[in-house]
Design a protein around this ligand. Structure first.
Ligand SMILES: Nc1nc2c(ncn2[C@@H]2O[C@H](COP(=O)(O)OP(=O)(O)OP(=O)(O)O)[C@@H](O)[C@H]2O)c(=O)[nH]1
Ligand SMILES: [Mg+2]
Length: 431
């Protein structure tokens, strides 16, 4: 599946790669009150504001992913630094990226969010937390803390957005069997209809009413043998029926061998995905108006025998057999759960709930320390500031890091790498 193949085949953007970066947290301020007659007042540095996250939001107002076709990088705003007088820096707003309902968000091959409802959100890059100002570190024993925290960097991620229409019923078949004619018959959609193959180049959606229930029906471009290798319009459009509940497989009753067409399509469905080929299916012989009444029972029987399953006879043009087909499809759809691609909504930041686990490894002359909590602390530590360094090592000590460094043979000149920073290990700071 190539990204954005839709531009060639009719400007229907349904697959885009973008990169997102959240805003950094604002730095906490180190400052002291200045009052008349006092050499130095208490610490009054405020906390930094949080950076904005990048949030993908499903919206009924959007139909394609075209907004993401040209612009590829999206950055949320950073939080403001803390101010004097304990002034809290302003937190930044989240950057909201609107996408059509039915968009699946991928990171690599993993689907991380499946936005099937209007307003549903996925936070794909969490904004950095603001750092504490020095006022925060004041205590009865530490009246004049000279360090604050740096803001935490915003998370970033490369993600792929894929639009998969959310339909109950998907129409499949080789070109010109009458899929679009059927869609126009059962819904108010007005797809293009013509007697040449590949008339439909972009998926179409319509709503069909069956008794008191409504069903979304998706009409997709015709498939031919070798579609999974890119023949015809290829098979990438099948993603739009990946989560339909039911497939209506349309055959042309007027061709010499509709069963051969059936097998061709089944093979393509199977090579696209085993899940897709397992969906409940209704097989339909269309264009029955063009078959003499007397020949219809024999045709039905013959096809059913060769397929080993029942088929329905309809005419999308005259309307014959359509109510029966709709009722059967509606019943099957109601009885089948819609498949969900992904329902987890993780974010790409270090997990704050992660255990305090740290790992210490040796790589040449450097000692690598990793672990979500300590890494976050390191990101927020200004290693030029002695007070901040003391706090870092105090916490690292409680997590058992120095002991493990010693075990690996680190001495007081050792260089330690953590969260992309190279820091010195000065044991004296502990004592
Ligand atoms: N006689 C008859 N002709 C039909 C019927 N349904 C469709 N057709 C004709 O078949 C031709 C193809 O119809 P489409 O609906 O465009 O077929 P399609 O399956 O959507 O084709 P692609 O979009 O190319 O995959 C058109 O000329 C239609 O008028 C039918 O029930 N009876
Ligand atoms: Mg069509």
């Amino acid at each position: 599946m190539t990204a954005g193949h839709g531009i060639i085949k009719g400007m229907f953007w349904d697959n885009v790669d973008i990169s997102v970066t959240a805003g950094n947290g604002g730095n906490g301020l180190v400052s002291f009150r200045r009052e008349r007659g006092e050499a130095m007042g208490g610490p009054d540095g405020g906390d930094g504001g949080d950076g904005g996250s990048v949030v993908i939001v499903a919206s009924g107002d959007e139909n394609t992913l075209a907004n993401y076709a040209r612009k590829k990088e999206f950055k949320a705003v950073s939080g403001k630094p803390g101010g004097k007088g304990r002034k809290h820096g302003k937190s930044a707003d989240n950057l909201q990226l609107k996408v059509p309902i039915g968009t699946v968000v991928y990171e690599g091959d993993r689907a991380i969010a499946d936005l099937t409802n209007d307003g549903q959100e996925a936070n794909v890059a969490k904004g950095g937390q603001g750092g504490y100002g020095n006022a925060h570190f004041k205590s009865s024993v530490r009246r004049a803390p000279r360090h604050g925290e740096l803001g935490q960097p915003g998370a970033s991620a490369d993600i792929r957005l894929e639009l998969k229409l959310v339909a109950d019923i998907g129409l499949v078949g080789i070109p010109s069997v009458g899929k679009s004619t059927l869609l126009s018959r059962i819904t108010s959609a007005k797809p293009k209809i013509a007697d040449y193959p590949f008339t439909t180049t972009i998926p179409q959606l319509g709503i069909a009413q069956v008794d008191d229930k409504r069903f979304a029906v998706a009409d997709i471009p015709g498939l031919i043998e070798g579609a999974h290798q890119g023949k015809g319009l290829g098979d990438a459009f099948l993603r739009h029926i990946e989560r339909t509940r039911v497939i209506i497989h349309l055959l042309d009753a007027t061709v010499p061998d509709p069963v051969a067409d059936y097998r061709t399509i089944r093979k393509e469905l199977e090579s696209y995905s085993p899940e897709l080929s397992k969906k409940p299916e209704i097989v339909v012989l269309n264009k029955i108006d063009a078959v003499a009444k007397a020949d219809r029972p024999t045709l039905k029987k013959d096809v059913e025998q060769r397929l080993g399953q029942s088929v329905q006879l309809v005419s999308a043009v005259s309307g014959e057999g359509i109510p029966e087909l709709l009722r059967a499809a509606g019943k099957l759809a109601s009885a089948t759960k819609p498949p969900v691609v992904a329902d987890a909504m993780p974010t790409f930041t270090v997990d704050e709930l992660a255990p305090r686990a740290v790992s210490v490894t040796k790589d040449g002359d450097t000692f690598k320390v990793s672990g979500p909590r300590l890494e976050r602390l390191a990101q927020q530590t200004d290693f030029e500031n002695p007070g901040a360094v003391r706090r870092f090592w105090w916490i690292a000590n409680r997590m058992g890091v120095p002991k493990r460094l010693e075990k690996l043979g680190a001495d007081k000149n050792a260089t330690i790498s953590i969260a992309g920073k190279k820091i010195a290990w000065d044991q004296r700071k502990l004592k």
